[in-house]
Design a protein around this ligand. Sequence first.
Ligand code: G6P
Ligand code: MG
Length: 220
Amino acid sequence: PLQAFIFDLDGVITESAEYHYLAWKALGEDLNIPFTREFNEELKGVSRMDSLEKILVLGGRQNDFTQEQKNSLAEKKNDHYCTLIQNITPADILPGIEPLLAEIRAQGLKLGLASVSKNAFTVMTSLGLKDEFDVIVDAATIAKGKPDPEIFLTAARLLGVEASACIGVEDAAAGVDSIKGAGMFAVGVGSAESLAKADLIYPNTSLLSYAEIVEKYQQA
Ligand code: G6P
Ligand code: MG
């Protein structure tokens, strides 16, 4: 039986995925590597250094920088991102998320967060959600980021539940791969093309339906 929901943060609980996009896009422009929203789909859910590497490869510039220079490029992106998230408040929780969290709680299920962002605690605190979750697994807890299943498996282990008793919610292709690799039921939020491997897809969070998700989980 279903025991827990494990949520991604950026792009699922709040619109911070847009801020990651804007900050990477600005860095890309500095480096003469412009990129599209379509390319950005490949960055979603991917760690900071892995994202930088993908951008440099896109521009054919992966050999142009020392490790030290790459670190400062990543730091520059993060400084920009941190400025963008400064004014996040509980009003920035995406539509449909609070009623879904309330329903999960009312049903006595557990709640986990699985985000590879080093800023996850800051964002969760600004949203006023940090204490709503039974466990928060972030970059500090894991060795391998998404699409590796480690982060969702770690969340399930810390919640004390089997992977098969969990539903994962993600907006990123790398995140859906991580959920499926962990052996969980995957709910995708976003475009059907990028999230094709999810078990159930909603175009946006306002359409998330607890009853429908659980029904599909039980049928799977
Ligand atoms: C999340 C976001 C990614 C971001 C990653 C690392 O997975 O979806 O876009 O690159 O976290 O975030 P950080 O805040 O550590 O740079
Ligand atoms: Mg995300």
